[in-house]
Design a binder for this molecule. Structure first.
Ligand code: ZN
Length: 646
């Protein structure tokens, strides 16, 4: 997202003033969409200037950008001059099935574009809805992970409801024909109006009633997907002549992508979106009406979106710039979107697996913000409508801008990364507002998980109510993407269910570790951070897997550590006690404990000084007096995989 500094600090430096002055002069330059430039500049310069209260940190003011934008929305939708509004919501269901449920052969090329397609679809549908309601785009309050909430005017409400439902039904009919019902758009309106006083001051019953009536209505719509939408003759219109090798849809025509590769029109369109996003960082889509057909064109590919019954018109082109950083990036665009794109990464799961250090395999990582509902409730304490818009924008910013910087190794804040920043070989399969699914070289995926948790803690100023959970699983390169999503999803659930005193914590669950890892134990707390143990061990590893023979950390040493770990924990779980200074008594015959291994290993001694590093000595000192054994299964297994031969 185009912001100039981290949300916690805002300094009006001479450079910032100069940059703003220079950019304002660009207003009026031919070739730019002026409204878009104004919106971009407002977001770039006013996102971090605050007024009142910022919810993610509880300490900082509400950004002026969110205040201005929301006020613009309130003015645009107040057509009765009574300061009353309805709320509308759009929920895209079937996202996972659409994005991941595809054959893994050549999947990655299509995967890149699939979540982009869904985002574009949602944006086009939202534009249609807001146009029918006569509202500006500022009315859009929330857009996170396929959920959109927006302001609607209060006049002629029954007529408006009918018109909006007509738009949604038309799109659902198109999606039914296009996707055999995999994607469904659920639309709901609040049962009663909300007043501007409730939106801007303390929320009352009207606000909470509106939010809960929307939740009930959406749930009902999702249970009745496509009810009444089939028309006579539909069954005849699905002739199962050919099957798309990527999405397995039955179609009557396949499109040739290159020599020997033919896919359905939707898969070709998604592949083209993926290609444009990586090569140009921008998308160009023509929205066209051809006779009775409404279609989208990207490059040389055409996607037909159902047969029209007349009256529908949406001519023109959608020129979307992805992740603009400067005004110049907006030349020729009429829309911009913050969406994580991994450029310059191998397009084949096999090649990606080979880029891992040590064991050659894939890592699948899923991450999700915990109890978003509580965060939203927290946001309702004051100026709920602005807070909600601000929270949504901040989450989107984290899951696009920060992630891309972590992937590219260019994150400038929080320079003390767990391991050295570098380009990390993974793809964003899905990243939508408050959750994430990435697949890549397993060692890079694990590193990014650790850094993601650390960045999140900084981003939220360690607000105990804003926590993130992550699940990591490892797979061979031929593993189906859908199964990766399910297995890493199970780990995500394990991380989420691992609460401390009923509260969620920032945590990462990996399939190979005994229990989820909490960020507190990695980075702070009463114990010396585990990072102090991991850093010296990590530095003993061969770099980039190029030099395995010269690795100073041997597998046999790690094996002995793993044995000590495996021998210690069942003893503790069966009522045995870990006694400081008496650990030899607990080690089964022939096996020794951590302390002995760490203290005596020649491998951990610096070749220059002949003694263990300061980090390691600090850790050993803590271990010697500790009243509980460390759980090193996460780090030992991590290191063990890193030193494996290809
Ligand atoms: Zn297909």
């Amino acid at each position: 997202m185009p912001t100039e500094s981290a949300p916690q600090k805002y300094e009006i430096s001479p450079e910032l003033v100069q940059s703003l002055t220079d950019n304002l002069k660009k207003l009026g330059t031919p070739g730019y969409n002026q409204e878009l430039v104004v919106q971009f500049l407002a977001e770039k310069y006013l996102s971090d200037v605050g007024y009142a209260l910022n919810l993610l940190t509880y300490r900082e003011p509400l950004p002026i950008y969110d205040i201005l934008r929301t006020m613009g929305g309130l003015l645009s939708a107040d057509r009765t001059n009574k300061g009353q509004y309805f709320l509308g919501a759009l929920d895209v269901s079937g996202i996972q099935d659409f994005v991941y449920n595809i054959s893994s052969d050549r999947a990655l090329r299509s995967l890149r574009g699939r979540s982009l397609f869904l985002e574009l679809l949602s944006q086009v549908v939202l534009r249609d809805l807001l146009k029918v309601a006569g509202c500006s785009e500022d009315c859009l309050l929330v857009q996170n992970g396929g959920y959109y909430l927006f302001l609607l005017p209060c006049d002629k409400i029954e007529e408006l409801r009918k018109n909006l439902e007509r738009v949604i039904n038309l799109w659902n009919r198109r999606l039914l024909l296009l996707q055999e019902g995999r994607i469904f758009l659920a639309f709901a309106m609040s049962a009663s109006p909300v007043t501007v006083q409730e939106f801007l001051n303390k929320p009352g019953d009207g606000y909470s009633d509106a939010i809960s009536s929307i939740g009930r209505e959406l749930a009902l719509r999702k249970r009745q997907k496509f009810v009444g939408m089939l028309e006579p003759g539909d069954l005849n219109s699905f002739p199962a002549i050919l099957t798309c090798p990527i999405c397995r849809r039955d179609v009557n025509k396949l499109v040739r992508l290159v020599e020997g590769e033919e896919f359905c029109d939707l898969c070709c369109f998604c592949i083209e979106l993926g290609r444009q996003s990586v090569e140009r960082g921008a998308l160009e889509i023509d929205l066209q009406q051809q006779g009775k057909n409404y279609c989208w064109k990207a490059g040389s590919f055409t996607l037909r979106l159902g047969e029209e019954k007349g009256e529908w018109e949406e001519p023109g082109a959608l020129r979307v710039k992805l992740n603009p950083r400067e005004v110049e990036d907006l030349a020729g665009s009429n829309f911009y979107l913050n969406f994580p794109v991994a450029a310059g990464i191998e397009d084949d799961f096999n090649d990606l697996a080979k880029l891992s250090t040590g064991w050659k395999g894939l890592g699948a990582l899923r991450a999700d913000v915990d109890s978003l509902g509580n965060l939203i409730k927290g946001s309702a304490k004051y100026a709920p409508v602005i807070s909600l818009a601000s929270l949504s924008r901040l989450l989107n910013r984290f899951f696009s801008e920060y992630l891309m910087q972590l992937q590219q190794g260019t994150l400038t804040t929080n320079s003390d990364t767990v391991v050295n920043p570098k380009i990390r070989n993974f793809h964003f399969i899905y990243g939508g507002g408050d959750d994430l699914f990435v697949v890549g070289a397993w060692s890079d995926t694990l590193e990014v998980a650790l850094d993601l948790g650390r960045c999140w803690r900084t981003y939220t100023a360690q607000n105990p109510d804003a926590t993130i959970s992550m699940g990591l699983s490892l797979h061979p390169s031929k593993f189906p993407v859908l199964a990766m999503a399910q297995i890493s999803g199970e780990q995500l659930e394990r991380a989420k269910s691992n609460k401390v005193d009923g509260r969620a914590k920032n945590s990462l669950s990996a399939a190979f570790a005994r229990r989820p890892l909490f960020w507190e134990e990695v980075f702070d707390g009463e114990k010396p951070p585990l990072q102090e143990l991991v850093q010296p061990l990590h530095h003993l590893l061969p770099s980039g897997g190029q030099d395995e023979e010269n690795a100073r950390l041997s597998r046999s040493f790690l094996r002995r550590m793993l044995q000590a770990d495996a021998a210690t924990h069942p003893l503790i779980e069966n009522g045995g006690r870990w006694k400081p200074g008496l650990r030899f008594a607990h080690a089964p015959q022939g096996k020794v404990d951590y302390l002995y291994l760490l203290a005596t290993s020649s491998e951990l001694k610096s070749p220059e000084t002949g003694s263990p590093s300061q980090h390691l000595r600090d850790y050993l000192r803590w271990l010697h007096f500790s009243s509980e054994p460390p759980d090193l299964s996460f780090f030992l297994n991590w290191l063990d995989l890193l030193v494996r031969q290809a």
